[in-house]
Design a protein around this ligand. Structure first.
Ligand SMILES: O=C[C@H](O)COP(=O)(O)O
Length: 248
């Protein structure tokens, strides 16, 4: 259990200009950041190269999406190899906004995860239930089925960080309570134990996303199965440093 390094991702979504990225880089440089935490920022595609040059080198840079082919006639898409070519190592896939605004299916997301891994990227697959699913008691069924759809294409669990993001908590200011998040994280870890292996269950980071702030991060971080966060809005602000340092 002890070997899971705390992981904090910032997902800038469709936000940022060069000037704003300079500001984010400044507060990340100033820190100080807990050296025991792995930090990655997810940038708009057009700023991947600029972000890689600008944010400190001990911080990873992720794309927010990519396609499942190396090149070709896929207007508007980017390939994993292009992300690597810019010096970035990570990609966020299956974010709820990709699923719900852009209609990405479990199957497509699974194929993208498989291709990104095969091209050498590290992947942050996202998943989580909608409010109506939670209210009808279907949370576990939904997240297990989302994980099951990904599993056949996850060929290397050591390069995967799972992001559980209940859709009702994203951008709403309604953070899941530490108990609500812990309950699902423990179920997800048990699913890994039952369907992949004990080793993968013990070593895979499962991070929480959904309205994480400096005010809510410490209690969430104290939960045994919460191994970090995927932070949206607050990752654009200096309070992101406090979230990175949630375990201090
Ligand atoms: O990827 C991040 C999540 O969508 C959370 O966003 P949020 O922190 O703005 O709620």
């Amino acid at each position: 259990m002890g070997e899971r390094k705390f992981f904090v991702g910032g997902n800038w979504k469709m936000n940022g200009t060069k000037s704003e990225i300079n500001g984010i880089a400044e507060f990340l440089k100033k820190g100080p950041l807990d050296p025991n935490v792995e930090v990655v920022v997810g940038c708009p595609q057009c700023y991947l190269a600029y972000s890689r040059e600008t944010v400190p080198h001990n911080i990873g840079v992720a794309a927010q999406n990519c396609y499942k082919a190396a090149k070709g006639a896929y207007t508007g898409e980017i390939a994993p190899g292009m992300i690597k070519d810019l010096g970035c190592e990570w990609v966020i896939l299956g974010h709820s906004e990709r699923r719900n605004v852009f209609g990405e299916s479990d199957q497509l997301i699974s194929e993208k995860i498989g291709f990104a891994l095969s091209e050498g990227l590290k992947v942050i697959p996202c998943f989580g239930e909608q409010l109506a699913e939670r209210e009808s008691g279907r949370t576990q069924e939904v997240v297990f089925s989302q994980l099951a759809a990904m599993k056949p294409n996850i060929t290397d669990w050591s390069r995967v960080v799972l992001a559980y993001e209940p859709v009702w908590a994203i951008g709403t200011g309604k953070t899941a309570t530490p108990q609500q998040a812990q309950e699902v994280h423990a179920q997800l870890r048990q699913w890994l134990r039952d369907n992949v292996s004990e080793e993968v269950a013990n070593s895979t980071r499962i991070i929480y996303g959904g309205s994480v702030t400096a005010a809510t991060c410490k209690e969430l971080a104290s939960m045994p199965d919460i191994d970090g966060f995927l932070v949206g809005g607050a990752s654009l602000k200096p309070e992101f440093v406090a979230i990175i340092n949630a375990k201090c």
